[in-house]
Design a protein around this ligand. Structure first.
Ligand SMILES: Cc1cc2nc3c(=O)[nH]c(=O)nc-3n(C[C@H](O)[C@H](O)[C@H](O)COP(=O)(O)OP(=O)(O)OC[C@H]3O[C@@H](n4cnc5c(N)ncnc54)[C@H](O)[C@@H]3O)c2cc1C
Length: 491
């Protein structure tokens, strides 16, 4: 099959790219089209739309929160584009909440000097994905679900398509494309079980992009969200915007809840390392607001922690949440490989610096997705790649024993979280590097088996990529000076 634009990923970034791309467009996803991390976004999407706010102030907040290492000009252009992106989403049918008098409602997120986060209760991501998916179907975009990316077809610095594994038919498929747009999300999942993403987000496409010649940048810049349940699910920052308080086991507040995520995560980790337990207290929020705008948070606390947050505080700790590093692109989503574009969380696009502000990620997925989709002139040389390497691998794995990689992933995540996590040091990072040795050896000795839904094969490919990303994260962290979410104490 040959298409004009092959988009890998059906999250907000991939769907926005699909809606902006010309010609024959095919969107591939590892699972069902709306089974994406974008659907989990609760808090909302930020844009300066109120009369008392401005794109310039949004840009200043973004630049400052990011540790002032990103390009201010790029950020300003991004923030200027935000209100138009919101208008586009609304026109497509995105159901943002409006106030009684009709104006779009905005709420406060930490680090923003104005309330500027638009929302659809605390199901913003899900509502956006549903709206965009529906529009993409109406626009005639084609979808290929339950196919996982195996390799990128490239030759002499130019992209030509991709080889996918059909998870149900258990066979490889080659798609030739003039351009490939990666919208595969971030790599926070390498920290699982200490990640709000679960094990999703191993960074496989990021590792493949690097193999094809794309440049990876800022891998050490991992954002930890301060308030995850101890089982990893996120409690939205919007809660603190409405007045939720951080307390310890004695009911004492120990930090300013409005601090940016990096600073607050450190305050929580320090308090925990001093022997305290840490909780988010939602009892300070009006019950009607909780029920109307934050219903999912109540359900998450009840279902995962067995706690009714209307009557008792919920135990929380930081967890890996958002990767600021990734594939380096220019403002139009172009990578160093001709015809290969990237957008959304898999990218280091120079907006978030060393610490992303709440609501800026969905915004980036929309803006960068639309820009990458529209970039129809950046083409490689479409060709049908040989299926032989994938066929050989599958026939080798057909003899394999099923392997359990869940425990391997948890071991990797624990090493990363405890030694290359919220508070690092050269000594901790070096011990993390040493701890990767045995994990690497264990993975080398393992082989997946070809079975239902290629579960074992997919888990194996993810584990390989997670290891590559983990090495990249630690190496970059050892070299880079501390800034924002990348924090190192004296060893
Ligand atoms: C719990 C949670 C809450 C959040 N809340 C907010 C919020 O309120 N506001 C905000 O701005 N941001 C929020 N974020 C961050 C934001 O949701 C993400 O950064 C953003 O949605 C990423 O979108 P994306 O399109 O880049 O990737 P994703 O939505 O992760 O989509 C990735 C796509 O790529 C596909 N894919 C991945 N690997 C492969 C492969 N190997 N082969 C084939 N397909 C593949 C997946 O199947 C999927 O279709 C939140 C994140 C989480 C986890």
């Amino acid at each position: 099959m040959k298409v004009d634009a092959l988009i890998i990923g059906s999250g907000v970034a991939g769907l926005c790219a699909a809606l902006s791309a010309q010609g024959e467009v095919l969107v591939v996803s590892e699972m069902g089209p709306t089974e994406v991390l974008s659907s989990m976004a609760q808090g909302g999407i930020s844009a300066a739309i109120s009369p008392e706010d401005s794109a310039q102030q949004h840009a200043i907040d973004t630049f400052k929160a990011g540790g002032e290492i990103a390009s201010y000009d790029r950020i300003e252009r991004f923030c200027q584009e935000a209100p138009e992106a919101i208008a586009w989403l609304e026109q497509l049918g995105a159901p943002f909440v409006r106030r009684a008098e009709g104006a779009l409602a905005v709420r406060q997120m930490a680090g923003h000097t104005h309330p500027r986060t638009l929302y659809a209760a605390d199901y913003t991501g899900l509502r956006l994905v549903q709206t965009l998916y529906d529009q993409a179907l109406k626009a005639g975009v084609r979808f290929l679900s339950h196919h996982t990316l195996y390799s990128l077809s490239h030759h002499q610095g130019a992209i030509g398509g991709a080889v996918l594994l059909d998870r149900f038919a258990q066979r490889p498929v080659s798609i030739a494309a003039d351009r490939v747009i990666l919208a595969t999300g971030g790599y926070g999942g390498i920290f699982t079980p200490h990640a709000t993403t679960g094990a999703f987000g191993s960074g496989r496409a990021i590792a493949l992009a690097a193999e094809a010649g794309a440049v990876l940048d800022g891998l050490h810049l991992m954002q930890f969200h301060p308030t995850a349940l101890l089982s990893g699910q996120l409690l939205s920052e919007a809660l603190r915007g409405y007045g939720a308080q951080l307390i310890d086991e004695q009911g004492e507040r120990f930090s300013d809840e409005q601090l940016p995520r990096d600073q607050l995560s450190r305050a929580i980790v320090r308090h925990r390392e001093a022997g305290h337990h840490t909780f988010l207290d939602l009892r300070t929020i009006d019950a009607a607001i909780l029920e109307e705008h934050l219903a999912q948070e109540l359900l998450l606390a009840r279902c995962y922690a067995g706690v009714d947050p209307r009557t008792e505080p919920v135990a929380i700790a930081p967890a890996a949440h958002y990767s600021m590093g990734g594939i380096q692109t220019d403002e139009r989503g172009r990578t160093a490989v001709e015809g290969l574009l990237a957008c959304g969380e898999c990218v280091q696009s120079g907006i978030h610096g060393a610490n992303r502000l709440g609501g800026n990620s969905l915004l980036e997925a929309v803006i960068a997705g639309r820009r990458a989709g529209a970039e129809s002139g950046y083409c490689g040389v479409a060709h049908d790649a040989s299926l032989e390497p994938a066929q050989i691998a599958l026939s080798r794995w057909a003899q394999g024993e099923p392997i359990a990689l869940g425990q391997w992933r948890r071991s990797l995540g624990s090493v990363l979280f405890h030694q290359a996590g919220v508070i690092g040091s050269q000594a901790r990072l070096q011990s993390a590097q040493a701890a990767l040795g045995p994990l690497k050896a264990a993975l080398k000795a393992a082989a997946p088996s070809v079975g239902p839904y290629l579960r074992s094969v997919s888990a194996y490919l993810d584990a390989q990529a997670a290891l590559v990303l983990a090495e990249g994260v630690i190496e970059a962290a050892i070299k880079a000076p501390p800034v924002g979410a990348h924090y190192k104490e004296e060893s």
